[in-house]
Ligand binder design. Structure first.
Ligand code: DAH
Length: 342
């Protein structure tokens, strides 16, 4: 049933107020509320029309209608304001809830880096020798022919000095990428007097990448001890200790070999079961007693001082230790490979 036609402005104002309050309380968004505000209090609303017409009413009715209209307007406006405040708060609450960080969620995983396999083995070997009282020495990767060859008893014309074996620097016939870490022996003995116990790890370069066990850049670890009365027994004991610490209790033997800078020279071999379980002798490193010519080149009197030296391939040691089948895997930066050795 529809409400009866209002008879007086006062009655109509009561209806306007009721319908406005209904709209205001059912407005569920700020947009709804803004529309209700325009509809019920805007310039073209019925309320505005009544307020505007008061002046033209008969004088006796002006007071009554004017009061009723102002009361209705105030009631509607205060309902609008209260609803506005509630909706503002609701909206703010919703936005805060949406933006809130859930501190109980697991964080975004951050990839954690790890040391490269070759670096790991280098640190392990450094620790082993530091514990024996050795120091760590360093030398340049671009070397002189004198340090890389001549002083190491490899005179002009030695096959290792050929252009096909070594990277020489264009326009500088006496500069080459070091082909071994042995020149650090010379640099150490030039700088200081014996007794000397040093190791020198680092990159070396050779012009060969013929198969899976060669790369034009690889890593070596040099060792040099110069003291009074050093013998092969000291060399053997030191290297046995290294092998045991590094790969455990394996049968080790010294096999005769030749290096220009040691006399006598040996190759350290370890009895090693390959991936198929077949045991064989595997070359681990070269070593020997420092050749008197090397000591003389560094102004060290070979009648008073003896030394032993050794040079190991760090990459080779890492391969043996972890059963890596191809040396080149170590230099390809393939994370699927590297991540296995974290
Ligand atoms: N420098 C040798 C090489 O590159 C390795 C080596 C062998 C180093 C015997 C030594 C040594 O100090 O005594 O193959």
């Amino acid at each position: 049933m529809y409400p009866a036609e209002p008879v007086t402005e006062t009655e109509e104002l009561a209806q306007i107020e009721q319908s406005a309050l209904r709209d205001v309380s059912s407005a569920s968004t700020l947009d709804d509320l803004a529309a209700a505000r325009v509809r019920h209090t805007g310039r073209r609303s019925r309320l505005a029309e009544i307020l505007g017409s008061i002046g033209s009413l008969a004088a006796v009715r002006r007071g009554e209608v004017g009061r009723a209209a102002n009361l209705a307007r105030r009631a509607i406006e205060s309902a609008l304001d209260a609803r506005q405040k509630a909706l503002d708060e609701e909206e703010l609450g919703a936005r805060l809830a949406e933006d809130a960080a859930d501190v109980t969620l697991p964080g975004d995983p951050h990839p954690i880096g790890a040391l490269h396999l070759v670096h790991q083995i280098r640190l392990e070997i450094e620790d082993i020798f530091l514990a024996l009282g050795y120091e760590i020495a360093d030398g340049p990767e671009v070397e002189t022919g004198y340090h890389n060859f001549t002083a190491l008893n490899m005179p002009e014309g030695h096959p290792a000095r050929s252009l096909t074996d070594t990277f020489f620097v264009d326009g500088h016939p006496d500069r080459a990428l070091r082909s071994q870490t042995s020149p650090v022996q010379i640099r150490v003995l030039e700088r200081r007097d014996p007794p000397v116990y040093v190791i020198a790890p680092g990159a070396v370069y050779r012009r060969d990448d013929v198969d899976a066990t060669h790369s034009p850049m690889f890593h070596q670890l040099e060792g040099l001890a110069v003291d009074r009365d050093l013998t092969m027994a000291h060399l053997k004991g030191t290297l046995l200790h290294l092998v045991r610490e590094l790969i455990g209790d394996h049968e080790v033997r010294l096999h005769p070999d030749f290096f220009p800078f040691t006399e006598p020279s040996v190759q350290v071999q370890v009895r090693w079961a390959d991936r198929h379980g077949t045991a064989r002798w595997l070359e681990l490193l070269g070593a020997g007693m420092v050749d008197p010519n090397v000591l003389r080149a560094c102004d060290v009197d070979p009648e008073r001082w003896q030394g032993f030296a050794f040079g190991a391939g760090l990459d080779r040691l890492a391969m043996v230790r972890h059963g890596v089948p191809d040396l080149r895997l170590l230099f390809e930066s393939d994370l699927r490979f590297l991540e296995q050795f974290r």
